[in-house]
Design a binder for this molecule. Structure first.
Ligand code: SF4
Length: 323
């Protein structure tokens, strides 16, 4: 049995002007214990909304259907009552931009101790001791627990946010664009730290990012999201070397290499609005391989190779055999 199974997850938001926005559309994936999984796509594709649902942190305007099974138990079954016992304890999150994770008027150490106290893991002197250990483990001297968030650099705050996420020794760590807004050197250090901690703590890691090469570097498997749905998933090696969806291929081509030596091709156009009904393939207006069938028929996510699935009609077309 998988550690985490997300099955046919749909999320809608009520809009103030009326109507709704279908932000996540039938997302399904699994995560094994200790696995490193990437969720990739442009902003607005539904990846952050998906992981906020796993934490039970969606705003009240959201409606959710589907299942999130943690060790076989559906944590969405009774809303907040069934998610709260697992939040931070089994599933923890490093938020995008660490400043958002901390209360600016409370000391870092107090805030890291909060999830421990909430779940009855430690309090008082013992909690302070564990906070010091966690800070040291992420590369921050323990005495800095007494400092306020604004006294930390961006990279140090992100390290402290990782320490807070590890406070209850969760089974799953969700990291939402954990290196955004950090310079390249610090980005590399934070990614190395996440990988090292995932190994040391035996954590399963879900890395959410727009940066496919980062996923290829860190993750065993990944899913590419577009317009609220998964359009391709599989081992990162296969996605990198043999993508079966034009969006995956273009996403790689649109990412600069580390040295900026290769020409970067942008993906023309913009993703479709999710408050409107989409007919046919959602990627069609931007796709360089679109053909007649793509106009009226939405492609389903289907297996295309060992462990790899894609939602593209091209995979139903017999491939040309070289003469
Ligand atoms: Fe492009 Fe058609 Fe495949 Fe959609 S189904 S990605 S439009 S080729």
């Amino acid at each position: 049995m998988s550690l985490l199974e997300v099955k046919d997850l749909h999320i809608w938001f009520d809009l103030e002007r009326g109507g709704e926005l279908h932000a996540v559309q039938g997302v399904t994936f699994e995560l094994a214990a200790g696995e490193r999984f990437g969720l990739v796509g442009e902003s607005g594709c539904g990846k952050t909304t998906t992981i906020l649902a796993l934490m039970g942190l969606l705003p009240p305007s959201a409606s959710v259907s589907g299942q999130v099974l943690l060790d076989g138990v559906n944590v969405l079954a009774r809303g907040e009552r069934s998610v709260a016992p697992h939040r931070w304890r089994d599933v923890a999150m490093v938020f995008q931009g660490a400043m958002n994770a901390f209360n600016p008027v409370k000391r870092i150490g107090e805030q890291i101790a909060e999830p421990m106290e909430l779940h009855g893991i430690a309090e008082g002197r013992e909690a302070r001791r564990q906070v010091g250990e966690l800070l040291e483990r992420v590369g921050i001297p323990a005495e800095r627990a007494q400092r306020f968030p604004h006294e930390f650099s961006g990279g140090m705050r992100q390290r402290a946010a990782i320490a807070m996420a590890l406070a209850c020794k969760p089974k799953i760590l969700l990291a939402d664009e954990p290196t955004t807004a950090l310079d390249v050197m610090v980005q590399a250090q934070i990614l190395q730290l996440l990988v090292a901690l995932a190994d040391d703590f035996g954590l399963a890691l879900v890395l959410v990012t727009h940066d496919l090469p980062i996923v290829a570097q860190v993750c065993d498997r990944a899913a590419v999201m577009y317009a609220g749905e998964i359009v391709e998933s599989g081992p990162t090696d296969a996605l990198f070397h043999a993508p079966r969806h034009p969006y995956t291929r273009l996403l790689f081509a649109a990412t600069p290499d580390l040295y900026g030596t290769e020409e970067v091709a942008s993906i023309p156009g913009a993703p479709p609005r999710l408050d409107r009904t989409i007919t046919g393939c959602p990627f069609r207006p931007r796709c360089d391989r679109a053909f007649g069938r793509c106009v009226g028929e939405r492609p389903a996510l289907k297996p295309v190779a060992a462990g790899q699935a894609a939602a593209c009609h091209l995979n139903d077309v017999p491939q040309e055999v070289p003469a």
